[in-house]
Ligand binder design. Structure first.
Ligand code: NAD
Length: 268
């Protein structure tokens, strides 16, 4: 299966190139970068940290979509929306790992998903996908006496907060409780906040160093506390999940799918 990578010289883009080259059944269809990127023309094998393949990074996104059976996109929300339009025109399945997407950005993916399979997940690792399923389950078992707080830490380069994964965990907890995160999420606390509002789901964001991604979901009641934690120590886990998702689209129908669908965990 031929898989293309947009944003192929980014931190994730390079990992994705390597993972595609290392995965049986996957073939690298090519890679693109934004106009002006210093990586343009650089050999994709070299970007992947290996030997030259004789194919360089280009800006010809349409040609990449036409040459690919699926495209993987870990870029920026603006670029991802543009890529979704091309995916629709070329009927190419899309795997999106980009975070910080606004509701209108997600609506663009939803429109595309009427025509082709789209896998969209704020975190493509198998461990976090399980954490999401466990969070929903635990939130549905523990009643509103248990306050839910979500803590995340990432490297100093991350530009959005809370992380897409933290928000995804919040969505999972809200689904377990039968409430809407948009009504009950508290993303920032500062100054004289007053006591904790019952039933809310709180977020705390830490940034520093080279932390790949730590997430904890804390269920705190009077007398006990349950904590579910995942720590990623290599970005390779996200690339592995994304390539697995791209291969999965071969037999999937149109729809906006999550990693829980890819791993068959949807009803667990
Ligand atoms: P990065 O800045 O290192 O890489 C992004 C790349 O996209 C850059 O090389 C940039 O030049 C390129 N790009 C931007 N616009 C483009 C365009 N129009 N066409 C082609 N390329 C374009 O960032 P990163 O750390 O690799 O993260 C990228 C995104 O993936 C972020 O939103 C991040 O939060 C997200 N992410 C998601 C997961 C997950 O599992 N879902 C894991 C890690 C990172």
């Amino acid at each position: 299966m031929k898989i293309g990578v947009v944003g192929c010289s980014g931190r994730m883009g390079r990992m994705l190139l390597k993972e595609i080259l290392d995965t049986p059944g996957a073939q690298l269809a090519g890679g693109t970068e934004r106009p002006g990127s210093p990586a343009l023309g650089v050999d994709l094998g070299v970007l992947a940290g290996g030997t030259a393949l004789g194919v360089g990074a280009t800006t010809d996104t349409r040609a990449l979509f036409e040459a690919s059976d699926a495209v993987i996109d870990f870029t920026s929300p603006e670029a991802t929306v543009a890529h979704a339009r091309l995916a629709e025109e070329t009927r190419t399945p899309l795997v999106v790992g980009t975070t910080g997407m606004t509701p209108p950005d997600v609506a663009a993916l939803r429109a595309l998903a009427n025509r082709v399979p789209v896998v969209f997940a704020p975190n493509m690792s198998v461990g976090v996908t399980l954490l999401m399923a466990l969070t929903e389950r635990v939130a549905s078992i523990l009643g509103p006496d248990y306050d839910i707080e979500i803590v995340e830490m990432h490297h100093r380069h991350k530009v959005d907060a809370p992380s897409g994964t933290a928000l995804g965990l919040g969505e999972a907890a809200a689904a377990g409780r039968g409430i809407e995160l948009s009504d009950m999420g508290v993303r920032v606390r500062d100054g004289h906040t007053g006591p904790r509002e019952p039933g809310t789901i709180g977020f705390a964001t830490l940034r520093g160093g080279d932390v790949v991604g730590d997430h904890s979901v804390i269920f705190a009641a009077e007398g006990e506390r349950l904590e579910l934690t995942h720590k990623a120590s290599s970005r390779a886990v996200f690339a592995k999940g994304a390539v697995r998702a791209a291969l999965w689209t071969r037999d999937a129908g149109p729809g906006l799918w999550s990693m829980r669908d890819v791993l068959g965990l949807k009803d667990s």
